[in-house]
Design a protein around this ligand. Structure first.
Ligand code: SF4
Length: 71
């Protein structure tokens, strides 16, 4: 299982990730991402992996990381 993790300390609220992954992330009133369902990590379905990789690549402050879930 793949997870998308957000480094909220690094995030500048540019919004690229919420635009690319509206099924996983939602922007708060200030433009910062929040994981739908809460928490700091979103489980990425296989069908959204390509978009998640794109979001990770495009984040201007490298605040997104894809990695394996520990279960
Ligand atoms: S793209 Fe990066 S900086 Fe922009 S809101 Fe998402 S995590 Fe934050």
């Amino acid at each position: 299982m793949t997870e998308l993790r957000i480094d909220f300390a690094a995030c500048d609220g540019h919004g690229a990730c919420t635009d690319l992954l509206p099924d996983l992330l939602v922007a708060d009133d200030w433009g910062f991402p929040a994981v739908r369902g809460g928490g700091r990590r979103a489980v990425v379905p296989d069908g959204l992996l390509a978009r998640a990789r794109e979001a990770e690549r495009l984040c201007p402050v490298l605040a997104l990381r894809l990695g394996s879930s520990r279960g």
